[in-house]
Ligand binder design. Structure first.
Ligand SMILES: [Zn+2]
Length: 616
């Protein structure tokens, strides 16, 4: 079973890369681009920047203290993609590993002297995840030997004691290694790392211990807080530990934290993180569009967590958030050419970025960059797109469930189906049975699809001629099921309503008051202003039904707006019973909206998701 996450129990079991094959389409095209372009791009840049050379002993050592982890994420991507460059790269790791399993190009010689910032266990976590991917896709080889040797070293060194790492990820990596090998000490080591956190296990730092979730035991926390990637990697590992040890209290704690975080600390795009200084969540409802941080890695971590919670509980809400995050964050993180990336993903950019050829030394930027000093995001995208089929469908005792419809073929227990759809541009999803079998087929109906219908169209044959016509029935958000048995040619047709819709923010999100956004299907839209197009700061949108316009297979939208182009140099405040000086007369304009995930592909631009609207 070729999956990044394979729990031994849970309401749903994931179908892996061996069961789900992507066909050309929204995700199939991106996965192919990832395999053909992005993985090689990452390897070239890692060589250029010396991060792979660090493992060959080239000096001076280059890159940040955690750069080893990027090579491991690249190896994981290669493992899922069955990439031919993997064996040679893995051999380089094997040569660098010390006799007792220790492996780190930064801290060799001064091991474990900085738990807060050293990232040694974090790096092992990514190495172990790469090893697990290789074990599941290929079987034992040099990479899996290196990973297991490192995991054994970690267990020997840390099973007793009070320490853990300033950056989680080792927890979920060790649980997955337990799942694939059956070796119980890996699970026990992960459990201890989880339980140690917050006792505390780390020294205080200027950001405060909440930064690395060491401010309180995980069971006591009410909400995700601190550095977002750390928080979500930890929560993913906590779910894994809870599932494997049968710890319902621990699982419920994460479910409650997730619920509150989604209700109060999540941007419309599914992005998380409002503070740049420490890449952290802000307080409840602190969701500024222009200062949103929304690291690409944080969105991937959110998808990883939502997937685990979906498997454990079967609750469609987790798949709903995963969908929002897949289409509006993961798809945004990489350019259409597969060679440049966003690190931060704000919902408003006021000034067009200046194009940059080489390394982006900051995480900010209104243009995608080919590389960053900290290139966690490109590698995270690479490994996620390489393993994406494993996130799309699941099975249970009574059949299969399709959570994210995209052109693909799915096989399970003798049943084979082909999913045909133009989603997310079109709302029709056809599931055609290729090989008959037993079991019910479930299709997720997203929370926004309040007017969806489902039709079951049995195959026609001489023995069972087609009935009067397919029975079309309305289906509610959640899961819609059709029972088998199935024969080749049977079809299920799901119709999701795709009319664009205006979305208003909760009034407690003070930064968004007086504005609205447009969504269509799973996609968030934004106004993008390239060159001389309207200044986005000067417009007021009218909440009228947007017009649809298709261009090159992409659905764009047009909304009516008024524009005040005057310089407005009067005092911009006024008494409560008066009006601020807006001397210029507004002019009517048509505002073009593009899917948020496509913005920034036409050169430097300003952009905004939340549009000011006329207050009633
Ligand atoms: Zn990142």
């Amino acid at each position: 079973m070729a999956n990044p996450v394979l729990p031994s129990s849970g309401v749903l079991s994931p179908l892996g890369l061996d069961a789900v094959r992507l066909n050309p389409g929204f995700w199939g095209d991106r996965a192919a681009l990832n395999r053909e372009v992005t993985i090689a791009h990452c390897q070239e840049w890692e060589e250029r920047e010396g991060w792979i050379g660090n493992f060959r002993g080239e000096r001076p050592r280059r890159g940040r203290e955690f750069s080893d982890s990027e090579t491991y994420k690249l190896l994981e991507a290669m493992a899922w993609a069955d990439h031919p460059a993997l064996p040679a790269l893995a051999e380089t790791m094997a040569q660098a590993q010390e006799g007792d399993g220790y492996l780190n190009t930064r801290w060799s010689g001064s091991r474990y002297t900085d738990f807060e910032w050293g990232h040694e266990l974090y790096c092992y976590g990514h190495l172990i995840q790469a090893g697990v991917a290789r074990l599941r896709m290929h079987g034992e080889d040099r990479l899996t030997q290196v990973a297991i040797k490192a995991a054994d070293h970690v267990c020997r060194r840390f099973m007793e004691g009070t320490r853990t790492c300033g950056h989680p990820v080792i927890e979920m990596a060790l649980v997955e290694l337990y799942r694939v090998t059956g070796t119980e000490r890996y699970l026990e080591m992960a459990r201890r790392f989880v339980e140690r956190r917050g006792l505390p296990a780390l020294a205080d730092i200027p950001f405060g211990r909440a930064y690395f979730q060491d401010d309180m035991p995980v069971r006591q926390a009410q909400v995700f807080r601190g550095h977002v990637v750390r928080a979500l990697y930890l929560a993913s590992g906590v779910v894994d530990v809870a599932v494997e040890t049968g710890d319902q209290e621990l699982l419920k704690a994460v479910e409650a934290q997730w619920e509150r975080t989604v209700a109060r600390r999540t941007h419309l795009t599914g992005g998380m993180g409002s503070r740049h200084i420490d890449e952290s969540y802000g307080d409840d409802y602190e969701l500024p569009p222009d200062r949103a941080y929304n690291e690409t890695c944080a969105s991937i971590a959110s998808i990883m967590l939502a997937h685990r919670l979906l498997l454990a509980t079967g609750d469609a809400r987790y798949a709903d958030l995963a969908e929002r995050t897949l289409y509006n964050m993961l798809a945004t993180g990489v350019a259409l050419d597969g060679r440049s990336f966003f690190y931060a993903n704000p919902l408003q950019v006021r000034v067009p970025a200046v194009p940059l050829e080489g390394v982006n030394h900051a995480a900010e930027g209104g243009l995608r960059s080919p590389w960053f000093d900290v290139s966690c995001c490109p590698h995270n995208i690479a490994r996620t797109l390489a393993s994406l089929p494993a996130y799309l469908a699941t099975s249970s005792a009574d059949g299969i469930q399709i959570h994210h419809p995209t052109p693909s073929e799915i096989r399970h227990g003798g049943l084979a189906v082909r999913v045909e759809t133009g989603y997310p541009w079109a709302g029709s999803v056809t599931v055609r049975v290729l090989e008959g079998g037993e079991g019910r087929i479930g299709l997720r109906v997203p929370a926004w699809a309040t007017d969806a219908t489902l039709a079951h169209v049995p195959a026609s044959s001489p023995e069972s001629p087609l009935p009067e016509g397919p029975v079309i029935r309305p289906v509610d958000p959640g899961y819609a099921y059709v029972d088998g048995p199935w024969q080749a040619g049977d079809e299920i047709r799901l119709e999701l309503p795709m009319a664009p819709r205006w979305t208003l923010p909760d009034r407690r999100i003070d930064a968004l008051r007086g504005s609205a956004a447009v969504e269509r299907g799973p996609l968030v839209y934004c106004a993008e202003s390239v060159g001389d197009e309207p200044r986005l700061g000067d417009l007021t949108a009218r909440v009228l039904p947007p017009e649809e316009r298709e261009a090159d297979g992409v659905v764009e939208l047009e909304v009516a707006a008024s524009l005040r182009s005057g310089d407005g140099d009067g005092w911009p405040y006024a008494p409560a019973d008066g009006r601020a000086d807006e001397s210029a007369e507004p002019t009517d304009v048509t505002l073009r909206l593009v899917p948020y995930h496509r913005w920034g592909n036409r050169g430097p631009a300003t952009m905004r998701v939340w549009l000011p609207i006329q207050e009633k």
